[in-house]
Design a protein around this ligand. Structure first.
Ligand code: AMP
Length: 284
């Protein structure tokens, strides 16, 4: 497995493969790799001949006062996990390599959806995400890039950017990997105390409750949101940040639950803010 720091070297690495007819998939990450990332790598393997993982804690997507300084970092462990997973190359740029000073890299506009939900809670977050993803996609130049449904709003905005700019890459959405109690794997789960961890599946329980009601024919998003709020409200250490049902095609709240409806939640625990979502099934 090759570990590459420089943008021009990863570009050349990918170009040489693609020129030889070898397709390349990129899995962008911020490191602290877990089984969720592993599932993206495994999927990437089925989508292309060679897999590149990028590891970059993107400072631009952290709002002032957020957890940039304490975000978990474990490069040696991450490289070991990538090696085990059969990754062909890791791109681990420095901040200067990612955003060279004096250069004028594109700053894609997340638009109004970028100011809702995660964007409302984290000002500037999606502008930072899109700058990083645009840079990763153009520097690496993969055929395919894999993203997790866990970050549904990010996935929506990345897909829209790639579509708007007609970027020559296929975006693949990968299902959320969960702990046995339903908690979605996240690098930030490491912040949770034992007591918080015991309660952290409340988001998944709330989403599951919405899914059951949707399956049973409930079409009013307000009823689903109220049911989710009750579940999270009954969890002593959890404070809901937002709870909504949105349309996958627009990421706007739905007025009626139908095809493409997705329940989304963000919950604050004293030590961590966690997000999760679930696509809502229609009546069978
Ligand atoms: P991160 O390192 O948190 O920026 O995540 C890198 C990629 O992994 C993103 O596309 C995430 O959506 C995805 N991801 C994070 N957690 C999970 C999970 N539990 N299941 C599947 N994908 C995930």
């Amino acid at each position: 497995m090759d570990l590459i720091r420089e943008a021009d070297r990863i570009a050349a690495w990918v170009r040489s493969r693609r020129d030889a007819g070898v397709s390349v998939a990129l899995v962008p990450t911020m490191g602290a790799l877990h089984e969720g990332h592993r599932s993206l790598i495994d999927r990437a393997r089925t989508e292309a001949d060679a897999v590149v993982v990028s590891i970059f804690v993107n400072p631009l997507q952290f709002a002032p006062g957020e957890d940039l300084a304490r975000y978990p970092r474990d490069e040696a462990g991450d490289l070991e996990r990538c090696r085990e997973a059969g990754v062909d190359a890791v791109w681990g740029p420095t901040v200067e390599e990612m955003y060279p000073s004096g250069s004028d890299l594109p700053a894609p506009d997340p638009g109004p959806v970028g100011d809702t939900f995660e964007g409302a809670a984290r000002p500037g977050h999606f502008a930072g995400v899109l700058r990083a993803v645009h840079r990763l996609l153009t520097a690496v130049g993969p055929d395919v890039a894999c993203f997790g449904e866990k970050d549904a709003q990010q996935l929506f905005l990345v897909r829209r950017m790639v579509g708007d700019e007609a970027m020559p890459v296929r975006i693949v959405a990968c299902p959320t990997v969960r702990e046995p109690d339903g908690l979605a794997l996240s690098s930030r789960n490491a912040y949770l105390s034992t007591e918080e961890r015991e309660q952290a599946a409340c988001s998944f329980l709330a989403l599951s409750e919405a899914a059951v009601r949707s399956r049973a024919g409930e079409e009013d998003p307000a009823v689903l949101v109220a049911a989710m709020a009750r579940e999270i409200g009954a969890t002593p250490l959890a404070r809901p940040d937002y709870i909504a049902v949105v349309d996958d095609a627009t990421f706007a709240p739905v007025v009626r639950v139908g095809p493409g409806a997705r329940a989304i939640v963000a919950v604050r625990f004293p030590s961590a803010r966690l997000i999760d979502n679930l696509s809502l099934p229609l009546p069978a």
